[in-house]
Ligand binder design. Sequence first.
Ligand code: FES
Ligand code: MG
Length: 596
Amino acid sequence: MTDTTHTAKAPRLRSRAWFDNPDNVDMTALYLERYLNFGLSLAELRSGKPIIGIAQTGSDLSPCNRHHMVLAERMRDGIREAGGIALEFPVHPIQETGKRPTAALDRNLAYLGLVESLYGYPLDGVILTTGCDKTTPACLMAAATVNIPAIALSVGPMLNGWHKGERTGSGTIVWKARQMLATGEIDDAGFIRLVASSAPSTGYCNTMGTASTMNSLAEALGMMLPGSAVIPAPYRDRQEAAYLTGKRIVAMVHEDLKPSDILTRDAFHNAIVVNSAIGGSTNAPIHLAALARHMGVDLPLKDWETYGHKVPLLVNLQPAGEYLGEDYYRAGGVPAVVAQLMGAGLIHEDALTVNGQTIGDNCRDAMIEDLRVIRPFSEPIVEDAGFLVLSGNLFDAAIMKTSVIDAAFRARYLSNPDDPQAFEGPAVVFDGPEDYHARIDDPAVGITPETLLFMRGAGPIGYPGAAEVVNMRPPAYLITEGIAALPCIGDGRQSGTSGSPSILNASPEAAAMGGLALLRTGDRVRVDLGKGTVDVLIDADELAERRRALEAQGGYPYPPSQTPWQQIQRSMVGQLSSGAILEGAETFQRIAQTMG
Ligand code: FES
Ligand code: MG
């Protein structure tokens, strides 16, 4: 990490409009009196020192980020030492595995809340405390909208999980343990022991799930101090990163270095390339699309294929590989990966980062410290590790992470000598995760080794927020026969910790009357990865007739909202392919930028 000290250009601080406003003395007094009563002095508040928010995402409800409550002390130390004043405040809690019906529902809610805090209070800059999956995009999206100097601090991954001498990784072990439970290899107690072994300390998921992905990408985007994204939460280096982040944000305020200076189209393309090289989560395109739209940057979904698909996998982390977060950090973390990609000419080296230097300057000399965990560009783990963007008569856009296609899947589906990129089979359709769990093991459903499994009703409107349910295990009777995976396709998401090569994030979703709403169990579906298509083999007239019939019944049915926010979000949310943001909210980005 670089501790850069810059001299002040001293723009007028926005907090002075609250605390030092000669034109409106009575309001100044009102603002001052309440901030004075928790211990700040009049002299401090009127000193012209930058006031730095610590947007606190950690709480007892958000255990993945809870360590930020400890790290905040070191952030404060850094802020104070650099001549700033720290004000810590809560961000709406988001915990990936605990929030019902799904944590994705809350990304836009936390975003809205944080925008109001950043806009409406006397803050000159902010530290975004990131970690658990949606906390990172929610914080970055809000900083993009308000566009005040902002720096992200990752809470860091948990220590490696271990069971009987083998690494057990967050989430990834759950998918494996579920199969073992389904076939009777372990019992309930064994299931809990195995899963709990993957979470030995404070921090976020130690696999390359959405948390590791989004924090790595926040660094690749330039929004975190170089080298800081993947320091494990309990390591002493993490405390130092908190301190240096606190120091640096004060300098950023003096330099007026804002998200719009950093989050450029080049920065997003860097993040896409890094995502492929790290084996990043299928949730990344959703969150980066959302961030780009709030920043006013054009980032079509197809860019993921254009710039990302041909990039090889370099990081050997579960679920695509073997290792976990501690190994990733010790092997060199994000800078080592970026340096390899720079060597291949794949990085826009001039992209500016929060330390005031370019990503090229930050990463040029970064070395790989463990070749088992991070591979050189010339000897990758897998070629073409990015996403394919697929379309057809069932949806306009969906993605597939081809790096997790394993040998067994390839042999079963992608080995026809006449047509090695295509396969087809009869569909079995599930309407939401409850329907899937109720029927998957029922032989009467008729799932065979040829079946393609479909999940619908799981998108941002249908299952408000979009559920992580597209990776479906086959029925237990097929697993015992050695069929560990069937092709899965759906309008929901899947956990970044899943190694399933599903076709997912299909947009528009069934609840928005996308083509998946018209699919029936027994229809034949053809997937052609060479052409980038997924089609139900039914003629257009029949599909039009099904659409008319469904519309006459009031459209694709989905469950009623359980809370006011579910109702509000459903009325405004867009589709996964364009970030699932609150449509219209992105227009406020330019308004906020003009604010004094
Ligand atoms: Fe919070 Fe994985 S569940 S980081
Ligand atoms: Mg998740």
